[in-house]
Write a protein that binds this ligand. Structure first.
Ligand code: F6P
Length: 522
């Protein structure tokens, strides 16, 4: 059973959306709010401590109705069932896509190649828990009998970005272990990471699904050489563990059989932080918090799988993004978390979104003549307000933005949090409603700058009408972070289905790797 291969632009709903776009494209958010006093409530979904307010989008209820029709016409429900039940929806690689099974607490079987994968997942989780407890408690000793103080995750792409982002995001929940990440093949990166480390008290986690990735293996070899300047080859097993599918290569490296954590080919690298790839997360925040992260993601999975599309958070944000990408021809989307803890979220999402949906051949094997994957970028508020927001407010490009906020701060500095959230709301308001020429005129007049009105008026006008989603959680916890990440994972899936592409391969990264090898050998 394969995914349906429906060209979205040939559907009835796409034609209706095109006509609807022509009719509504000049409507402004100011008009839309004026004509409907309950617009905010009408376009808000609340689910499990998350509120999505999507009222500040260039949509009417008809737009949403037609977008949901599009989701139905491309048979999204059928695709969701295939995704969750382990059908090989990654057809170009002949694999299932089952990161959802990694966080499932249900007793239902998930069958891959004729076998239930749930017991394997449970065994891996138990192993992660036992290992994390041993290292955190100090029972795991280095080669001179000392407890571990530092952990270094060696990996790149999906074997780095997810764990790195989560460890940073959940810094508040961290224990005494210092966790570092080394990814780049550039030697200064690894040199900087190891320069202050003590080999006697450092644990290295090599994360590589293939265990052949040039960057990861180069860094692992360099680090092992550095380690062997103090320890012996027999000590490697106490300081190096691996997460991989390539067992032979792992054993050749000198890693003890008992210290290898599994990866599976039904989990893509960029969706793997829920597996043993997240070992550094479990080490940094403890297994119980790691499990909370998984539980939060599972709540989002259940919401996504079981909720009607019009009330379904990942579906709604995916449809809005299709609306801007394919009808308004927006090219990029901004991810704007209002917490410094999420500073690495945009980088993480760049791989998840762009490696998945940056495709130009459809599921029929045909060249695509419509837009697919969006470019995502962003940074944290309020810092970015003093950096790139000028362009978002007054530039020539339409940039839909996700504002991610929290009702409560973690350390409890309420006066800071009030200022932060005032900015969070102010930015969205300014983007949506702008400032008219009349308002600027009055402002200049009342401030006594009468003579400057002619000169400055047009520069000070904000046209507004720029869309945003407000994603508001109660608090940044492992659970709410799990929900947020899973929400974006499902958005990626929905968009791939609509655009009729395969989201789970990444052949586009291969040519550069091959050529680099050739250049190196020449
Ligand atoms: O180059 C892209 C990629 O294949 C990613 O998809 C993956 O996350 C990363 O490389 C690392 O791969 P590995 O885990 O096999 O080292």
């Amino acid at each position: 059973m394969t995914l349906k291969k429906i060209n979205p632009t040939q559907t009835e709903s796409w034609k209706k959306l095109s006509e609807h776009f022509e009719k509504t494209k000049y409507l402004t958010l100011t008009d839309l709010f004026r004509s409907n006093s309950s617009r905010k409530t009408d376009f808000t979904i609340t689910e499990n401590n998350l509120e999505l307010d999507y009222s500040k989008n260039k949509i009417t209820s008809e737009t949403m109705k037609l977008l949901v029709e599009l989701a139905n016409e491309v048979e999204l429900k059928d695709a969701i069932n295939k995704y969750f039940s382990g059908e090989k929806i990654n057809e170009t690689e002949g694999r299932a896509v089952l990161h959802t099974a990694l966080r499932s607490n249900s007793e239902d079987e998930v069958i891959v190649e004729g076998k239930d994968i749930k017991p394997k997942i449970q065994t891996a989780l138990r192993k992660i828990r036992a290992f994390s407890n041993k290292v955190i408690s100090g029972k795991w000793k280095g080669y001179t009998g000392k407890a571990i103080t530092d952990v270094v995750n060696i990996g790149i792409g999906g074997s780095d970005l997810g764990p790195d982002m989560v460890v940073e995001a959940l810094r508040f929940y961290r224990n005494k272990l210092n966790v570092h990440f080394v990814s780049n093949v550039e030697g200064d990166h690894v040199s900087e990471v190891i320069k202050n480390l003590n080999p006697e008290t450092t644990l290295f986690v090599i994360v590589s699904k293939t265990f052949t990735t040039q960057e990861t293996i180069s860094n692992a070899n360099t680090i092992r050489d550095w380690f062997l300047r103090s320890g012996s080859i027999f000590d490697v097993a106490k300081h190096f563990v691996a997460v991989s599918t390539n067992l032979n290569a792992v054993y050749d490296f000198g890693i003890d059989k008992n210290n290898v954590f599994p990866m599976w080919n039904w989990v893509g690298g960029r969706f793997s932080l829920w597996s043993a790839v997240g070992l550094s997360i479990s080490l940094a925040i403890g297994f119980d918090n790691f499990k909370e992260l998984l539980n939060g993601a599972e709540e989002m999975d259940i919401h996504f799988r079981d909720t009607d599309f019009s009330e379904n958070i990942p579906v709604v944000i995916a449809l809005l993004s299709v609306w801007y990408n394919n009808f308004y021809k927006a090219e990029t989307e901004a991810i704007l978390p209002y917490t410094q803890y999420l500073s690495k979220l945009p980088d993480y999402l760049q791989q998840a979104v762009m490696e998945s949906n940056g495709k130009s051949v459809d599921r029929n094997g045909d060249e695509i003549n419509y837009q697919t994957g969006t470019i995502v970028w962003g940074s944290t508020g309020t810092n970015m307000q003093h950096a790139f927001m000028q362009l978002v407010h007054q530039g020539t490009k339409l940039i839909p933005a996700d504002f991610i906020g929290y009702k409560e701060s973690l350390h409890g500095l309420t006066s800071h949090h009030e200022k932060l959230m005032a900015n969070y709301n102010a930015q969205m308001e300014a983007l949506a409603f702008g400032k008219t020429a009349e308002e600027v005129h009055l402002e200049l007049k009342t401030s006594g700058d009468f003579d400057k009105i002619n000169q400055l008026l047009s520069y000070k006008v904000f046209k507004g009408n720029r869309p945003s989603n407000a994603l508001l959680f109660d608090k940044l916890t492992p659970d709410s972070l799990g929900k947020l990440i899973a929400m974006y994972e499902h958005k990626i899936f929905v968009q791939g289905i609509i655009w009729n592409i395969y989201s789970y391969d990444q052949f586009g990264v291969e040519l550069g790797k091959e050529l680099a090898k050739k250049i190196l050998a020449s």
